[in-house]
Design a protein around this ligand. Structure first.
Ligand code: UFG
Length: 343
């Protein structure tokens, strides 16, 4: 079976993807410096799959280390590159660290892939590249215009997409799939792996589950005066396991479909937008647990509404997000309970 190198494989989306890859029979080598994840995730993966992935504690910006890893595990049939810093606010405060990490790691990988026989790259991008799409571009498809990024983090995604396009133009043997994620939420149904937010969560779902668990007093809903049906922002929340499965489809396509385009881009979302209040109410309904909240002012830099047109991924990758939102919200709660030893 093919071997896939997964950078950031102990992180949130990475770990779920490793599980799906291994369950489909792939051999996986994780490269992660554990800067925002924990080696215990490897035990969770093993408990789910029944075997451990190979693991290398290394920084993807380090050429010498990465070269050693590529030499050790040849043949490597594909790379899925998750490893990146991802906190929007932190990126505003420490832009150079974000540019160094997020761009340096991709450059290192591409330089190595240029000289090794590994020629298939899947890259984690984000719907952040669309900014706030104009009304005629909602739901947003892959041809919608890209907007200036609102944060250094967002800009690293845009720049990395450009770097991949340029590298592929110069090297006809390099294949890439760029996956633009909408808002990943939830956890594996086993509750053995999930999201491990660092400190006070920035993202909605970890804040909701921590509030439900009593760790936070109340959720702050950032704004109810947006031009949306209930006034709160709208996003396309996609189940992390569905998202992980899309990566397996992307790899399968790169390995088996020679007539694909050299660089392909897919939006990964459900096609359905949900408001912050719909998520909170949906969570309470799905779990029976109350989430106290107050409405506060808007959060700087928030986009009012965005959701995906996922038809390209549906048709070409043969993938769609199918898990009902109630199940997804319950999975997030089960994971929080597992983390806190709640029954
Ligand atoms: N929200 C709250 N209260 C909170 C946290 C979030 O009301 O405590 C709201 C936000 O205002 C937003 C929605 O919940 O309307 C979702 O917020 P998240 O922070 O979970 O997600 P974002 O859409 O803001 O950010 C996500 C990713 C970023 C990425 C961005 C754009 O987390 O990495 O999408 O692609 F840059």
């Amino acid at each position: 079976m093919a071997r896939i190198l997964v950078t950031g494989g102990t992180g949130y989306i990475g770990s779920h993807t490793v599980v799906e890859l291994m369950q489909q029979g792939y051999d996986v080598v994780i490269v992660d410096n554990l800067s925002n994840s924990n080696a215990e995730v490897l035990n969770g993966i093993e408990a789910i799959v029944g075997r451990k992935p190979d693991f290398e504690n290394a920084d993807c910006t380090n050429y010498v280390e990465m070269e050693r890893i590529f030499n050790t595990y040849q043949p490597i049939d594909g790379v899925i590159h998750f490893a990146a810093s991802k906190a929007v606010g932190e990126s505003v405060e420490q832009p150079l660290m974000y540019y160094r990490n997020n761009i340096g790691s991709l450059l290192t990988l591409l330089e190595i892939m240029h000289v090794f026989p590994t020629k298939n790259l899947v890259f984690s991008s984000s719907c952040t590249v669309y900014g706030q799409p104009d009304a005629e571009h909602l739901p947003v498809d892959e041809n919608a215009p890209l907007k200036k990024a609102l944060s250094p983090y967002g800009n690293t995604k845009k720049i990395n997409e450009d770097i991949i396009q340029d590298a592929a133009y110069a090297d006809a043997t390099l294949n890439a799939t760029i996956l633009r994620y909408f808002n990943p939420i939830g956890a594996h149904p086993s509750a053995l792996i999930g999201e491990l937010p660092n400190g006070v969560p920035n993202n909605l779902l970890p804040f909701v589950t921590q509030t439900a668990a009593g760790i936070r007093q109340e959720l702050k809903v950032f704004g109810n005066d947006y031009n949306t049906p209930d006034g709160s922002c709208i996003r396309d929340y996609i189940y992390v396991v569905d998202l992980a499965k899309a990566h397996v489809k992307a790899i399968e396509r790169m390995l088996n479909v020679p007539e694909r385009e050299q660089v392909e881009i897919f939006n990964l979302g459900t096609g359905r937008g949900l408001s912050v209040l719909e998520i909170v109410n949906g969570f309470e309904k799905a779990t029976g647990v109350r989430v106290p909240y107050t409405i506060v002012g808007r959060r700087e830099g928030d986009i009012e509404q965005v959701w995906a047109a996922p038809q390209k991924a549906n048709n070409i990758l043969g993938w769609s997000a199918q898990t009902p939102i109630e199940d997804v919200l319950r999975s997030a709660w089960n994971w929080e309970k597992h983390l806190r030893n709640l029954s």
